[in-house]
Design a protein around this ligand. Structure first.
Ligand code: F6P
Length: 347
């Protein structure tokens, strides 16, 4: 059995755990071989690959990032993309490819599967927004990093009687914001799923200060938005114009905009911390290492069994294959019950 692996989209902690597990399972259980494509789908299109043996994956379990590199290349945006991918697969005599990625990478994998290629998906992203799995690996690490940051910001906010706005990633969903906000004891959490106005934000801060608190921590997800003018539609804050190969805008900057508004409306000194890529970097938590490892083992088994078009998923404490199509149905948004728990502590 010969297996190809690629990692696509934004990197996240736990990718190397998946790569290691696929290699160890394929060699150890099936006596097979593994090759890794460099830089996501770009490596498949240009047949840029490297052999992955036991030596190559030794010691990589605690390492962040991906030893294969990653990119946001979209096969369907490249000339003769599908033909070139098919040719690579033929020339390397692969039984199948494991695509480790978020909604975009898995979307390409799913369409290639529909176009007749033997693909298996492994869901990853710090955003935790993939439908069909309870959790993606990378998310737990991001939440830990954000929680630690919120803890640290508490002490400085309290010392200076300041409002601190913490901007976290998450794209169109507020999972990182809600989980780290609850864990870090945030006084307000703003997410894309729940509309808000600046007036409501300021009311919450006023309420808190009126009961004797001189500082507040506001966690805001990069994809949250509010109407800049009364009766206008909420407006996303972008870092730059244009979109990536999958049509995504580059989010970022709501923290600064909101902090300015809070200071203007309340008179409280307000500062901002944007956590940015620190949430994606560094060593994975034990949870993400274990989840990535379990996904990798199942992915190797699925290739061996010829179960293509499937994606590994976590359901409760079980790792099971689901149709990759599930991941395409919608993105997984924060459920209202979880946000209601967070709301208990606002103000
Ligand atoms: O999907 C993971 C993520 O980190 C998002 O939270 C964020 O919006 C995006 O990737 C940033 O993408 P890039 O690495 O292209 O700047």
């Amino acid at each position: 059995m010969r297996v190809g692996i690629l990692t696509g989209g934004g990197d996240c902690p736990g990718l190397n755990a998946v790569i290691r597990a696929i290699v160890r399972r394929t060699i150890g259980k099936y006596g097979g071989e593994v090759i890794g494509f460099r830089y996501g789908w770009a490596g498949v299109l240009t047949n840029d690959h490297q052999p992955l043996g036991l030596d190559e994956v030794s010691g990589i379990l605690p390492r962040g990032g991906t030893i294969l590199g990653t990119s946001r290349t979209n096969v369907y945006r490249e000339e003769n993309g599908v033909e070139r991918a098919k040719e690579t697969l033929r020339s390397l005599d692969l039984n199948g490819i494991v695509a480790v990625g978020g909604e975009d990478t898995l979307g390409v994998a799913y369409h290639l599967y529909q176009d007749g290629l033997p693909l298996v998906g492994v869901p990853k992203t710090i955003d935790n927004d993939i439908n069909g799995t309870d959790f993606t690996f990378g998310f737990d690490t991001a939440v830990h990093i954000a929680t630690e940051a919120i803890d640290r910001l508490h002490t400085t906010a309290e010392s200076h009687n300041r409002v601190v706005v913490v901007e976290v990633m998450g794209r169109d969903t507020g999972w990182i914001a809600v989980k780290s906000g609850i864990a870090g004891g945030a006084d307000l959490i703003l997410i894309p799923e729940v509309p808000f106005t600046v007036e409501e934000v300021c009311d919450v801060i006023h309420k808190r200060h009126s009961r004797g608190k001189n500082f507040s921590i506001v966690v805001v997800s990069e994809g949250a938005s509010y109407p800049v003018e009364e009766n206008e539609a909420p407006e996303l804050v972008l870092q730059s114009k244009g979109t990536d190969a999958f049509g995504h805008v580059r989010l970022g900057g709501i923290g600064n905009r909101l902090a300015k508004m809070i200071e203007e409306h309340t008179g409280y000194e307000t500062r901002v911390t944007v956590l940015g890529y620190t949430q994606r970097g560094g060593t994975p938590t034990a949870f993400d290492r274990v989840l990535g490892t379990r996904f990798g083992v199942l992915a190797a088994d699925l290739i061996h069994a010829g179960q293509f078009g499937k994606m590994t998923s976590l359901q409760g404490d079980k790792i099971i294959p689901v149709e990759m199509a599930h991941a395409m149905e919608c993105i997984k948004r924060v459920d209202s019950e979880l946000y209601e728990v967070a709301r208990t502590f606002f103000g």
